[in-house]
Design a protein around this ligand. Structure first.
Ligand SMILES: [Fe+2]
Ligand SMILES: [Fe+2]
Length: 161
């Protein structure tokens, strides 16, 4: 089915990121239909909405990276160069629904996202999971240490011979 085909392969392993990927995939599929129908009046605003939604998605991820993520710089650069590409396609659409615009929306948009989701975004998702686990472990250690820190603290095992 078309609905599952355009949204597949966009999983990074982070629920919030992946939900946005699905929304972007749906928006790009809608735009694709408008371009195929040669509906330039509707296609212009639809591409602008897709551009803004893509930009908002990148900002969302970049905020998640803000706390010391080691690949933040490369990841941000990937986002910036893709947004620049999207900007060029927007400018091209001003001149009309060209083959380049149609092909970019039909193929390039999602193929970029599929690659990016399983490389850069998956790396970010792993980092966020690891950090969450570390924070949970630290909180648990803290909770255990507090009540045990009293008289029991000196319970040393019998010395080995
Ligand atoms: Fe990303
Ligand atoms: Fe993403």
């Amino acid at each position: 089915m078309e609905a599952s085909a355009f949204g597949e392969g966009l999983s990074s392993g982070h629920a919030g990121i992946d939900a946005q990927h699905q929304e972007l995939a749906a928006a790009s599929a809608e735009l694709r239909v408008l371009l195929e129908a040669e509906d330039r009046l509707a296609a212009g605003p639809a591409l602008e909405r897709l551009r803004l939604a893509t930009q908002a998605h990148f900002r969302f991820e970049e905020e998640l990276m803000a706390q010391g993520y080691e690949h933040a710089r490369n990841h941000r650069e990937d986002h910036a160069s893709f947004l620049a590409e999207l900007g060029r396609i927007s400018a091209e659409l001003e001149t009309g629904i060209t083959a380049k615009v149609r092909l970019w929306v039909a193929s390039r948009y999602l193929s970029w996202f599929r690659y990016h989701a399983r490389s850069a975004d998956a790396g970010l998702a792993r980092y966020l999971r690891r950090r969450e686990e570390e924070l949970a472990a630290a909180a648990q250690a803290g909770a255990q240490a507090a009540p045990d820190a009293g008289p029991k603290a000196k319970a040393a095992p019998a010395a080995a011979p």
